[in-house]
Design a protein around this ligand. Structure first.
Ligand code: SF4
Length: 418
């Protein structure tokens, strides 16, 4: 444990969102390892204020769905409740949440599954206490033989990483029902429930277009094999940790106030010295903010967009990705003489291309997954287990006057300014 952290490391909790440590190109292995240990905390907590507006994009959507599925509220009443939250939503965010809830709740279930409120948690002890869970939405058949996790995506259904799918599938197949911990450092309150599960399904659902993508479907034996192939390596990588890699995740990392790897540059943005919520900011964020503060905010929520990247932006991402891959190639800064153009190879370049094959369409951030050797820590008796500058930015102006750029922004329908 780093000297800026304190607490109890014995509880290890892994979900699909914990991160996958060193495997993630722009991730931070040190952050993932700390996230996997809910009992540790930073010695000096942040005293910066929270944002006035809700910044958790899907939080309100899930709140409304919970009211409908578990409290028996009508759709309209559940949507009305979003207006009464202590932490208000930006009008654009509210419009998106309403669209998403209507789309999701209005669709009949293909298999007649029923919503499940308790979480599914696998717990193992092998010197440490391990908890494996997923907080995605849960459904099961009336006889409990089929369990389904649904991962909600902001826009359209995508593809989860195999390790994430494996963790969720394992929790569905072998997990006991459990209430959410009263405090995060505490353990899940498991209820003894003999498993009747025979089949598991992992599905992604797009909240903008209603798309649905089945990521995994199989028996519990197939779940076990899938976990051995993909889940074990993912869990080990997250728990093992590694060096700090400052990046976009710093802003919500629990180590942020103490982490020595984050460069502090007071006054870099020439902001007033009063305390403001912590935000991450990129050149693109500032550009959108300059065009329209509301658009900048809604983009920061990653709301679906139909024109997310212009041709120039795509080219810029590809070039940045290429340069990044070259710098990462052998741990030394790349130089002009050793930088081949894409597609060319040469002796000076030592083979001519980065060790990871760039994917231009994805800004060079996509790499081929190679499953590691399996030795699942959860079933074994052996105990084991990206970068940007974060800063504060000017306070949001939540509502903006409509401007000509609104016709090209298309961030969400129902923006409060247009
Ligand atoms: S603050 Fe940033 S660099 Fe430090 S551990 Fe967290 S994510 Fe990693």
């Amino acid at each position: 444990m780093q000297q800026w952290m304190t607490g109890d490391e014995r509880l290890v909790r892994i979900g699909p969102g914990t991160g996958d440590g060193a495997e993630e190109m722009l991730g931070c292995p040190a952050r993932d390892a700390a996230e996997a240990r809910p009992g540790i905390r930073v010695r000096v907590p942040s005293r910066l204020p929270h944002e006035h507006l809700e910044t958790l994009t899907l939080g309100p959507v899930c709140e409304a769905l919970d009211l409908i599925e578990f409290e028996g509220e009508s759709l309209e009443r559940a949507l009305d409740a979003l207006l009464e939250r202590p932490r208000p939503l930006h009008p654009g965010h509210l419009a998106y949440a309403e669209h998403a809830v209507r789309l999701y709740a209005g669709r009949p279930d293909l298999y007649g599954l029923i919503p499940v409120k308790p979480y599914w948690v696998v717990r193992k002890d092998n010197g440490r206490r391990w908890e494996l869970y997923a907080s995605w939405r849960r459904y099961e058949s009336a006889d409990g033989s089929v369990r389904e996790y649904r991962r909600l995506r902001h826009a359209c259904a995508r593809a989860s990483k195999p390790g994430e799918i494996a963790i969720a599938a394992y929790a569905a197949a072998f997990g006991s029902s459990a209430a959410w911990p009263r405090r995060w450092p505490r353990e899940f309150a498991l209820r003894a429930s003999p498993s009747r599960v025979t089949h598991v399904r992992i599905v992604e659902t797009g909240l903008a277009d209603g798309s649905r993508n089945v990521q995994f479907e199989g028996t519990v034996d197939e779940v076990r094999a899938y976990y051995d192939a993909f889940g074990d390596a993912h869990v080990r990588s997250a728990v093992k940790g590694g060096p700090e890699r400052p990046g976009p995740f710093c802003v919500d990392c629990k180590q942020f106030t103490g982490c020595g790897a984050v460069r502090r540059s007071p006054g870099a943005l020439a902001l007033p010295s009063r305390k403001l919520p912590l935000r991450k900011v990129s050149v693109g964020d500032l550009r959108y903010h300059a065009l329209c503060p509301a658009q900048g905010f809604l983009r920061s929520l990653h709301l679906p967009q139909s024109d997310e990247y212009s041709g120039a932006a795509k080219l810029g991402r590809a070039v940045r990705g290429w340069i990044e891959a070259l710098h990462r190639r052998d741990g030394r800064p790349a130089r002009r003489r050793t930088c081949p153009l894409p597609g060319r190879t040469g002796r000076a370049a030592g083979g001519g291309c980065p060790t990871r094959r760039p994917n231009w369409a994805a800004g060079c951030s996509s790499t081929t997954w190679t499953p590691a050797r399996s030795s699942m820590p959860l079933s074994s008796s052996e105990s084991s287990p990206s970068r940007s500058v974060s800063s504060t930015t000017p306070p949001l102006r939540p509502l903006s006057l409509p401007s000509p750029i609104c016709s090209t922004a298309r961030t969400v329908p129902g923006c409060g300014g247009s």
